[in-house]
Write a protein that binds this ligand. Structure first.
Ligand SMILES: Cc1ncc(COP(=O)(O)O)c(C=O)c1O
Length: 302
């Protein structure tokens, strides 16, 4: 993703981004000096009308999208909206950088077809798709992929040579074996994640009846509305109770936003999730005053 954005963007170029969006992508965008034009993703998902208006008004060079189980909202973009965004981007000459990292984590629906498959012929050349093996397999296996037109791939390959020549060949060989066994691996992994999602949701409902979220059809986290802007103090207090969890503001295109949101992954087994819920409840019971103090050494939970 960073390689693609570096190749296609120059400092000062505009990039349409979903708001909220994947925190590390927003960091890369800031580091590269790209100017983010945020478009909201709400409980109702994307507003393709607004997205189109943003493209027409600012003709951004790039747009970064996570259409499949968006991080952090978990929303899945409907097919008609995809088609509309593709048409709008084509009209403004905007490159679509589509992040399919989470696409395989389809818990209640079939895995969506690749975004770029909706376009025939040369139109697809304005779409660059990136992904990785981290969600379906293991985030310790640092193998990612890019799918794009031949010319862009050649340029990306040349750019990669000056960075670190290539990824580890050993890791890529492991990745090849995993890809060959993907149906079996996902066949075990997805039911586990589904059960962990439902377990965590039940625990949270019991412990924090005022919190609200929409059950995501895929992906790995709940995007929780806390009802009040306490995410910063709450996450700092949680850390003092040994739980690391992210508040919403890291996912906002602008600093200080989404303070009423907590992003709670369901990647941990039930007993760890239960312990995290207990500790966060204890952190809340103890009160959030003083949560700005330097936290102790954490026991990493989520
Ligand atoms: C949308 C999205 N893109 C990319 C990544 C990063 O993947 P990796 O750990 O394989 O670099 C993540 C990880 O959370 C993600 O949610």
């Amino acid at each position: 993703m960073a390689l693609t954005l570096t190749l296609l963007g120059r400092p000062g170029d505009r990039i349409a981004v979903e708001n909220p969006s994947y925190a590390n992508a927003l960091s890369v965008i800031r580091q590269l000096g790209l100017r983010a034009a945020p478009v909201p993703v709400t409980e109702d998902g994307w507003d393709a009308e607004l997205f189109g208006a943003t493209l027409r008004q600012s003709a951004p060079r790039l747009a970064y999208l996570i259409p499949d189980f968006q991080n952090p909202t978990g929303r899945l973009m409907p097919r008609e909206q995809r088609q509309r965004i593709i048409a709008d981007a084509r009209a403004t000459g905007t490159w679509l950088v589509v992040d399919e990292t989470i696409a395989d984590i389809a818990l209640d629906v079939a895995t969506p077809p690749p975004f770029a498959s909706l376009v025939a012929g040369r139109g697809a050349e304005q779409i660059v798709t990136v992904g990785s093996l981290s969600k379906g397999h293991w985030s310790g296996l640092r193998v990612g992929w890019v799918r794009a037109g031949t010319r862009l791939i050649t340029e990306l390959t040349a750019q990669r040579v000056t960075a670190d020549m290539s990824g580890s060949v050993l890791d890529q060989l492991v990745a090849l074996r995993l890809i060959a066994r993907e149906p079996q691996i996902l066949g075990r992994r997805l039911p586990l994640l589904r059960a962990q999602r439902d377990h965590l949701a039940a625990q949270l409902r019991r412990e924090f009846p005022d919190w609200r979220w929409q059950t995501p059809q895929g992906g790995m986290c709940l995007w929780i509305d806390l009802g009040r802007p306490i995410a910063g103090p709450l996450t700092r207090a949680a850390l003092r109770h040994g739980v690391r969890i992210e508040g919403g503001s890291r996912f906002g295109a602008d600093p200080g936003t989404f303070e009423h949101r907590l992003r709670w992954p369901y990647t941990q087994p039930a007993e760890v999730a239960d312990e995290a819920v207990r500790r966060i409840a204890a952190a809340l019971d103890a009160g959030l005053d003083g949560a700005d103090e330097e936290p102790g050494r954490p026991y990493w939970v989520a």
